[in-house]
Design a protein around this ligand. Sequence first.
Ligand SMILES: Nc1ncnc2c1ncn2[C@@H]1O[C@H](COP(=O)(O)OP(=O)(O)OP(=O)(O)O)[C@@H](O)[C@H]1O
Length: 307
Amino acid sequence: MKRARIIYNPTAGREVFRKHLAEVLEKLENAGYETSAHATTREGDATVAARDAVRRGFDVIIAAGGDGTLNEVVAGIGHFDKRPKIGLIPMGTTNDFARALRIPREIDDAVDIICQGDSIPVDVGLMNDRYFINIAGGGRMTELTYEVPSRLKTVIGQLAYYLKGIEMLPSIHSSHLRIEYDGNVFDEEAMMFLIGLTNSVGGFEKLAPDSSINDGYFTLLILKKCNIAEFIRVVTLASRGEHMDDPLVISAKAEKIVVTSKNEVLLNLDGEYGGVLPATFQNLYQHVEMFVPLEKLRPQDQVKKIQ
Ligand SMILES: Nc1ncnc2c1ncn2[C@@H]1O[C@H](COP(=O)(O)OP(=O)(O)OP(=O)(O)O)[C@@H](O)[C@H]1O
């Protein structure tokens, strides 16, 4: 019998996962998994619990929480040579990663996907020595996501980002950025840069429309220096996925990106504070294996499943 370890964040999102734990355990047992669960107690605990699960030989780790919990689980298993497969039960507010992988928000449906057993390899990002699964970025604008108070985020979800964005508009300014990406160099003032692994960020599902979750490449987006009116124009275009051809936007695919600045530029990693530049971003090709609804994935993400 295979063994699964559920790592859940009891404080994530709106729903209380614990209330559903018995039925989730039963479903997994019926699907042939001997399952146990760990409730995280603080920030970073999912990383410790995931590391522990690898050492104890679990075949599968199921992250029940938001992107933050999944990020911590990936950080916990990332350094090991033999990594358990990951299942995801989206319990967060934005659940960007689950959205990109077409994993449904309903607990029951998400568990069904794990029980069905289809899985694909997924790329993971490494910034200096920290893992990310969805997006990294820097510049005044990306500070938004961690300035949104978490209680506000839980109550009104992604709307909080937009509200905070409007409030912060007057304070948006450019920074000097030197970005080396696979042999190319950008060295100018810019508003922000984003390094994406998936196509879904902060509710913007078409931010990196042609990204694939397992091709070994990041999508790099740079927004050049502009005024507030231009900035609003590009963000509006981005909400519709129509920003890629805008003259203020540089986009590229890259495996390795090195970013430095003459200014102090704060970084954002999967929606959390990620330190300051300089930073080296490395795409770890197909580093984790995740359970997904294979038939619902976009064609470019449907890598032949590994048995
Ligand atoms: N018991 C706990 N008390 C407080 N914080 C916790 C606890 N367990 C985990 N955390 C922290 O909560 C953070 C956010 O959790 P998570 O991402 O699961 O939910 P979310 O913020 O609601 O969702 P999303 O990231 O999708 O918006 C995690 O990064 C984790 O460090």
